[in-house]
Structure formats: structure tokens, C-alpha cells
Design a protein around this ligand. Structure first.
Ligand SMILES: Nc1nc2c(c(=O)[nH]1)N[C@H]1C(S)=C(S)[C@@H](COP(=O)(O)OP(=O)(O)OC[C@H]3O[C@@H](n4cnc5c(N)ncnc54)[C@H](O)[C@@H]3O)O[C@H]1N2
Ligand code: MOO
Length: 390
């Protein structure tokens, strides 16, 4: 059995960054910028007022000074004249500063009578002028690769970029396997259960940026599994669920090898997730997840999400770990790295006592996975333990 970090390195070797496509900016949220782009405009393009008030010549802005209001400047409505000595222009936030003016006095500091203003006793400090290019200049890069969140999309819009070159979304085919499985809403026989892992994984991988195709549930027969792999053609990654262990009905590995899969590894020293397998079927990366629901979802978070990142052109990185204070004692860990469903709050973490890998209800009550290295000795409450947010 290989370690989790070795498995992750092998998995990174099965995928590579996908090509880039131009997408309308309105559809770029959550996508990954594939190539560096450059601002096509300076922002603000002119010195602009940061407040509502009066634009004046700065040296003259002293308490008690009086000015004649000669016009108005609003956002989108510049004042075309020049502000001279003793003059003021009524100005609003976002308006271009009229030429000659070097300061905006906020309207709260002013008394107005007709077209004259008088400055009050206590004047606010500052010019309230945003310089041209104070945010960015034409040609400023927006560097790739980067995930495009709301701030980046807004920045690209302000840069006057109506489309962006983003990485193609990875296509992932998910194949649940097992004679016992039926789809939610179907009528299960007494010895059947409802397929859940494929739904959880679809949600997880779509949130990460993939396009997920859920294949029909494959029975535990070589023919059904072969058909499933056939249907996955055209995807970048096929993920099977179940049939990965050593039982008589665990046929995913043998069928994939018959179809020509070059095996990368089988079995990882982790809990849950031991019977994980991976390889390559021609151009198609293949990951075989264990069937237990928690095993499948934990492996999805630890392995599949970082693989999606690589296909999106993001750095190949393990899920970041943080430290928390253990809220209770723990016995010695076994020989596998253990990912334990836990609840993190205010710096402390408590681990659910029942870690059976079939228990989705406990997974949904947890918000973290505490991680214990193989053979980790017994731990006391108050000690530090690693975890990942889940
Ligand atoms: N003798 C051994 N038995 C097992 C070993 C072992 O080393 N020796 N490993 C155990 C471990 S660890 C795991 S994890 C499981 C995984 O086995 P499989 O990948 O072959 O999974 P299945 O047997 O097909 O299913 C396990 C369990 O999960 C349920 N399942 C499967 N798919 C789904 C789905 N899409 N949605 C919901 N539930 C699903 C399935 O009904 C089973 O209950 O093997 C241990 N056994
Ligand atoms: O992956 Mo299994 O869930 O270790 O029991």
C-alpha cells in the first residue's frame, strides 16, 4: 500500500491542464483564468471626486472662506470649464474633478445661500480626490492561473474585458456500480439500497468546476461495466464507485485492466478509502473509488478535487491542513492515515465516536476531517491535531 501523498502524486501524473476557451465575462464566475490578460482602460480614467460637496482651489479652503458656485459636475456629467480663485463647482461622488480644482469640501462642512457657499468652522481633512489610475492603469496584468471569484470578475469588467480566456471545464463521468443500487425515487427491492455517492460526488465536483455526467448504474457484471466505460469515452476522467475491494463481485479493476487500463496504483494506506485504484485508459484518467459512501466522498475531497484543480490549470496541491485543539482524549491510531469526521468550532475540534464509513448522517453533521498519521500514539485533550475543513 502506498501513502496518501504518494497516491496524490500518482494522480497528478494522470491529468494535465486542459485547453483555454474564450467565455463571456458574465459567465466567468467560478472559472479559472487560463492566460494572463491586461487592462484595456485606466481606472479611474480621470481624477474623480470621492465625496458629494464642492470642488475648490485647495489653498483657499479655510474656515469661513466664501466661494461662488459656477456650475455642477456629476458622475457621467463633467463640468467643462475651469475653477478659478474664489469659485466652486457643485460636485458629486464619481464626477471628474474640474480643471483648476484641487480639493473637494464635503457638503456637511458648507453653508449654501443661493450661488454662494461659506465653509464651516471645522473642516474635514483630505482632498477627497481619487487620482486617475489610482486603481489600475491600462496594461495592468490580471495574472493567470487564478480562480475567478466575484472580485476578479468585477476587476476584469472594470478593465473593459468583455470575454476572458478560461480553462475548459474538466468532463468527469461518474459510474456507480452494484446490483444493490437503485436511483433515488425508484422502487427498491428488499435487498437493495438507494445510490447516494454518485450524487454527493457530482455535487462536490461540480462545485469545484467540473462538468459531471452521471452514467447509468452498472450492475456487477463485466458486460455492464464495459458498457459504462464505453459511455465514459470523451470524458477527461472516469470515476467508478464500488466494486473496488476483494470480494467476488468486485470487478471494476479486472474489467478496467481487460480494457487496457495501465494501473497506476491500487490500495492506499488511509482510512476510509483503502481500496482506491487509479490508472489510464488511453487518454482517459480513471479513478476507482471504494463504495462505502463516506470513503467515496472523503476520497473525492482528498484526491479528486485536487485533480480537478490541475485540469483547470491551478497548482497541484494537497488540501490545505490546519491545526486545532483536541477537545477529548483519543486512543492510538492504526496503520493507516485516518480521516475522522469531526466538528470544529472556536479553535477546538471534537471527533465523532462512530467512524464507520457507511454513516453519511455523521458526515453531514461534521464540518472537518481530523487527520491522524499512521500509528499516531494516544492523544490527550488539549493537544494539537491536524484537520481539513470539509
Ligand atoms: N475482506 C475484505 N473486505 C473488505 C475490505 C478488505 O480489505 N477486505 N475492504 C473494505 C473497505 S476498506 C471498503 S471501503 C469496502 C469497499 O468495497 P468496494 O469498493 O468493493 O465497495 P462495494 O462492496 O461495492 O460497496 C461497499 C458498500 O458501499 C455501498 N455502496 C456502493 N456504491 C454505492 C453508492 N453509489 N451509493 C451508496 N452506497 C453505495 C454498498 O452497497 C456497500 O454497502 O470494502 C470493504 N470490504
Ligand atoms: O475505505 Mo474503507 O471505508 O476504509 O472501510
Amino acid at each position: 500500500m502506498i501513502s496518501v501523498s504518494e497516491a496524490l502524486e500518482h494522480l497528478f501524473g494522470l491529468v494535465r491542464p486542459l485547453g483555454v476557451e474564450d467565455v463571456a465575462l458574465a459567465d466567468c464566475g467560478g472559472r479559472v483564468l487560463g492566460q494572463t490578460v491586461f487592462a484595456r482602460r485606466t481606472q479611474p480614467p480621470f481624477a474623480a471626486s470621492a465625496m458629494d460637496g464642492y470642488a475648490v482651489v485647495g489653498d483657499e479652503a479655510v474656515s469661513g472662506a466664501s466661494f461662488q458656485v459656477i456650475g455642477e459636475a456629476s458622475a457621467g456629467g463633467a463640468f467643462e470649464g475651469v475653477v478659478g480663485s474664489g469659485q466652486a463647482v457643485r460636485i458629486f461622488t464619481g464626477a471628474p474633478i474640474p480643471s483648476g480644482a484641487t480639493r473637494v469640501v464635503i457638503q456637511e462642512d458648507v453653508t449654501r445661500d443661493g450661488d454662494r457657499i461659506t465653509l464651516g468652522d471645522a473642516l474635514d481633512e483630505g482632498s477627497h480626490i481619487r487620482p486617475a489610475g489610482g486603481d489600475f492603469h491600462e496594461g495592468t496584468p490580471l495574472g493567470a492561473p487564478r480562480l475567478l471569484g466575484p472580485a476578479e470578475v468585477a476587476l476584469a469588467a472594470a478593465m473593459n474585458l468583455p470575454t476572458l480566456p478560461v480553462t475548459r471545464r474538466p468532463r468527469v463521468a461518474i459510474m456507480a456500480t452494484g446490483n444493490e443500487l437503485v436511483m433515488p425515487g425508484e422502487d427498491p427491492a428488499a435487498d437493495q439500497i438507494i445510490a447516494s455517492n454518485n450524487f454527493g460526488l457530482k455535487a462536490m465536483l461540480e462545485a469545484r468546476g467540473a462538468i459531471v455526467q452521471m452514467l447509468p448504474i452498472a450492475k456487477d457484471t463485466p458486460e455492464a461495466l464495459r458498457l459504462g466505460f464505453q459511455l465514459a469515452k470523451g470524458a477527461d476522467l472516469v470515476v467508478t464507485i464500488g466494486g473496488a475491494s476483494v470480494g467476488d463481485h468486485d470487478l471494476v479493476g479486472p474489467v478496467a485492466r481487460d480494457l487496457g487500463m495501465e494501473t497506476s496504483f491500487y490500495k492506499v494506506a488511509m482510512r476510509p478509502g483503502k481500496p482506491l485504484m487509479a490508472g489510464k485508459l488511453g487518454d482517459l484518467a480513471m479513478v476507482g473509488l471504494p463504495g462505502n459512501p463516506v470513503s467515496a466522498l472523503v476520497c473525492g475531497a482528498i484526491f479528486l478535487c485536487p485533480m480537478i484543480d490541475v485540469m483547470l490549470g491551478l497548482p497541484a496541491k494537497a488540501v490545505p491542513r490546519q491545526m486545532a485543539v483536541l477537545e477529548h482524549d483519543l486512543p492510538e491510531n492504526g496503520p493507516r492515515e485516518h480521516y475522522m469526521r469531526a466538528y470544529f468550532q472556536d479553535g477546538g475540534i471534537s471527533i465523532f465516536p462512530d467512524q464507520d464509513s457507511s454513516l453519511l448522517s455523521i458526515l453531514s453533521s461534521s464540518n472537518a476531517l481530523a487527520i491522524r498519521p499512521p500509528r499516531d500514539p494516544a492523544r490527550k485533550a488539549g493537544e494539537q491535531i491536524e484537520y481539513i475543513a470539509f
